[in-house]
Design a protein around this ligand. Structure first.
Ligand code: GTP
Ligand code: MG
Length: 290
């Protein structure tokens, strides 16, 4: 008897959804950073093991949208909440329960029976904090609650067992060798964006957008040219840095990781361009399948 199901990863920004996706998939699919709102699209990790196929959908963190871009991000969340078979709700147990989290909990209550709650980051907290949280969630109607660490993998096996058990019966919807919905070009743009997120601060991580214009894989090397768009002229010198130090560092870091990914030397050229207020223009989003 085959099982197939779509599991949506829902949670506040920074809860560890992408970290967990990568852990479950045993490979990097989705970028991670210590800044909120890292993930902007819906990114599938398709896990086929024996008679079971699970589509984990990594999603943007649940937040109040201020720009058109953020509205599109939240639309992915709502679409998946409606259509998925199971909701894997990641709650960062290392920070106090805030207003945003409580709001999200309320949104999930009507589907509480389809929700598995993963109390994440237990590697960084005292055990005594977990029990009261579990009790609170259970009084709110969430029956399946598991403390985990997406970073160390602690208890993730138990989480997987629970997911498998709750998965509906059904035929596989993807080929067994498929493991994601994103294109190589999109992955490359995300790796570059990850380095920007790691290296820059204040508004720069949020106002940048990466567009890979050239991706040419030759026999012995890979040539990549990418634009990094910022929203205003004044942001350009910040991203470039003194004597171009910032952009050079971003390039080196991305080149290193992409060289490992392609298993051959990568030459990366980055161009910082201004695309005025692009976050208000939805056409810049959803380019991940080309
Ligand atoms: N200590 C600890 N840190 C974690 C754990 N899981 C994730 N993190 C860290 O939390 C931060 C956010 O992780 P992400 O996986 O990017 O979080 P996300 O939920 O995908 O965030 P958005 O894409 O912004 O919604 C990163 O610095 C991770 O290293 C965990 O189990 N323990
Ligand atoms: Mg993420």
């Amino acid at each position: 008897m085959k099982k197939f199901g779509v599991v949506a990863l829902i949670g506040r920004p920074n809860a560890g959804k992408s970290t967990l996706l990568n852990y479950l998939m045993k490979q990097k699919i989705s970028i991670v950073s210590d800044k909120p709102q890292t993930t902007r699209n819906q990114i599938f990790g398709i896990l086929t093991e024996g008679e079971t196929q699970i589509v984990f959908v990594d999603l943007p963190g649940f937040h109040k949208p201020m720009y058109e871009m953020n509205k599109a991000m939240m639309q992915h969340v709502y679409d998946n909440l409606d259509s998925c078979d199971l909701i894997l709700y990641l709650l960062d147990a290392s920070v106090p329960l805030g207003g945003g989290e409580t709001y999200l909990l309320e949104q999930l209550k009507p589907r509480a029976k389809d929700v598995i709650v993963a109390l994440n980051k237990i590697d960084s907290i005292k055990k005594s904090r977990v029990l009261p949280l579990m009790e609170k969630l259970s009084t709110e109607g969430f029956e399946s609650v598991l403390p985990v660490s997406a970073l160390t993998g602690d208890n993730v096996d138990a989480l997987m067992a629970l997911i498998r058990e709750r998965l509906p019966e059904g035929e596989f919807q993807y080929n067994e060798e498929d493991y994601t919905n994103i294109s190589e070009r999109f992955y490359v743009s995300e790796i570059i964006r990850e380095k920007i997120l790691q290296e820059t601060r204040q508004e720069i991580p949020y106002c940048t957008f990466v567009d890979v214009r050239v991706l040419k894989e030759e026999e012995n090397h890979v040539e990549i040219m990418a634009d990094i768009a910022v929203e205003r002229k004044s942001q350009k010198p910040i991203l470039v840095g003194k004597q171009a130090n910032m952009i050079k560092k971003i390039r080196k870091m991305a080149e290193k990781e992409l060289t490992e990914y392609f298993e051959k030397p990568v030459e990366l050229e980055l161009f910082v361009v201004v695309k005025k207020n692009w976050r208000q223009k939805p056409q810049f989003l959803n380019r991940f399948n080309r």
